[in-house]
Design a protein around this ligand. Structure first.
Ligand code: PA5
Length: 493
């Protein structure tokens, strides 16, 4: 089996297809470390069965498979509805605070950070002419929230509050604080015009509140779970306000959906979603318990965070599942690199490599950084005139080989370019692979019962109505734990 479904030289690829831009998953450096080829072929029938179930909306978690066809069937018409709100918000705001947590925030943050000028907030007028996005509701940390309030004084802000359930503590409290900020600053009447809500279409506190206050409201369909909601208004509304090319983003997602689901595309050589799902399951079964997603630009850190939530909440069931971790290279080659090379041999790496790297357009100019001639005797004169992208490329190749030599199976995604289309394509492909892999492994990839445990303790401790009676017991258990502490020597502050 070909371990790379594209070739980068010549006029045709390995299948005689004309050489065009496409997403590639290269698993050569996984197979070099551990035999996966035969297992992958053996797994094909179960992967195809899982793909069929997902496509037809059948099997475990069927009630939450609405996202599978949403991107192709509903997202395009949503964009038209979203447009009106975009115009209003862009006209009266130069900053939007997106309030949400988990699947209600991470995808938006990922795409925004990847596709927006890294220093837009320093010079919004020049680097980014649309409202900037800020984030809240994803923590309960006093420092960050109060510093956000300080920063907002320099802008004319609005809020997009996202919560499917409408009852999640972190976003609900952040919304309270930020809505009060708007009321105090603009008066209640204007503040109401500065809020949009994205929530369940039929019930929930946020929906009720939005109706009472007259906020424009967008729906997260009932059959779409948070971490699969990126192509619904959850991602599309704030990204559109921020000027991301959401049409292209949806086009990429739609194409990925059609490629993944096509009945003619059951081959591991051309169905990258099936292939990735299969490789993850096989490596896990072989004892590789951690998968590290390695991105090669700081701007992709958010993408890794989104990916970790997608796979972490979907896979971690019944005391099984790959642990999703992430690393930023080359940065982390100077920290985690040592562990990758010589630590426990129970992890595999999945890289995201952008084939044609370029800066976000500033005006219409795409810049390339060249290493300059310099009168510095720094030992790097031999690279003068070379583009920095060549250094990136050779660093990647060198790392893949070194890690494979160190017995780390290595997969590599190759994105033709980092733009809205290919990011949409890659993100949908990962969602589909996550669904297929979970179903093929026999878990429900669409629920997250485990996240309730901390909430029920916290609610009892906070005295939330309905949780009375449990606090005393919980406190007693916490106090028992607190006997075992080591106290530092110094007491002076
Ligand atoms: O993926 C999920 O379902 C979760 O991460 C949710 O998105 C997260 O808990 C936020 O929930 P809600 O949108 O109901 O506030």
């Amino acid at each position: 089996m070909n371990r790379k479904n594209d070739h980068t030289s010549g006029r045709e690829d390995a299948y005689g297809r004309p050489h065009e831009k496409r997403l590639v998953l290269d698993w050569t450096k996984a197979h070099d470390v551990t035999p996966v080829e035969k297992e992958l072929s053996n797994a094909l029938p179960s992967l195809v069965a899982a793909k069929r179930a997902l496509t037809k909306g059948e099997g475990k978690g069927a009630d939450f498979m609405g996202w599978v066809h949403y991107v192709g069937e509903k997202a395009p018409s949503q964009l038209a509805e979203i447009k009106k709100c975009v115009e209003t918000f862009s006209a009266h705001s130069n900053a939007i605070v997106v309030i949400g947590i988990g699947g209600s925030l991470l995808g938006t943050k990922a795409v925004y950070e990847a596709l927006t000028h890294a220093f837009a907030s320093l010079n919004p007028g020049e680097f980014h002419r649309r409202p900037l996005l800020f984030w809240a509701g994803h923590h309960v940390a006093t420092d960050e929230l109060s510093e956000l309030l300080d920063a907002l004084d320099n802008f004319t802000p609005s809020l997009v509050v996202v919560s499917k359930s409408g009852t999640t503590t972190e976003p609900a409290l952040a919304f309270r604080v930020l809505k009060k900020y708007l009321d105090d600053r603009f008066g209640e009447k204007e503040a109401r015009l500065r809020v949009a809500a994205i929530t369940d279409p039929e019930s929930g506190t946020l929906l009720k509140l939005a109706r009472e206050q007259g906020f424009p409201t967008f729906s997260i369909p009932r059959n779409v779970g948070g971490r699969y909601s990126l192509f619904t208004p959850v991602g599309l509304l704030p990204l559109a306000i921020a000027g991301v090319d959401v049409e292209r983003f949806v086009a990429g997602g739609r194409q990925a959906a059609s490629d993944a689901m096509s009945e003619q595309n059951d081959s591991l050589e051309t169905n990258v979603a099936l292939c990735y799902a299969g490789l993850r399951n096989i490596l896990y079964a072989q004892g590789y318990k951690t998968e590290a997603l390695c991105h090669w630009s700081p701007k992709l850190r958010g993408v890794s965070e989104w990916w970790k939530q997608l796979f972490g909440e979907s896979d971690g069931k019944d005391n099984t599942g790959l642990f999703p971790a992430s690393a930023q290279f080359t940065t982390d080659l100077h920290s985690l690199g040592q562990y990758f090379q010589e630590g426990e041999r129970n992890l595999f790496a999945t890289h995201i490599r952008v084939v044609e790297e370029a800066s976000v357009a500033r005006g219409s100019l795409k810049r390339v950084v060249s290493i300059p001639e310099a009168s510095l005797d720094d030992g790097f004169g031999f690279l003068a005139g070379e583009p920095l992208t060549r250094v990136q490329h050779e660093a990647q190749q060198g790392t893949f080989l070194a890690h494979a030599d160190g017995q780390v199976p290595t997969l590599s995604w190759e994105l033709p370019t980092l733009d809205a289309y290919w990011l949409g394509y890659w993100m949908y492909t990962n969602m589909f692979a996550c669904g297929v892999g979970g179903l093929a492994r026999g878990v429900n990839p669409f629920d997250q019962p485990g996240v309730e445990a901390y909430k029920s303790n916290m609610f009892a401790l906070l005295g939330k109505p309905g949780h009375d009676g449990k606090a005393q017991d919980i406190r007693a258990r916490l106090d028992r734990g607190a006997r075992l502490r080591s106290l530092g020597l110094s007491t002076r502050t």
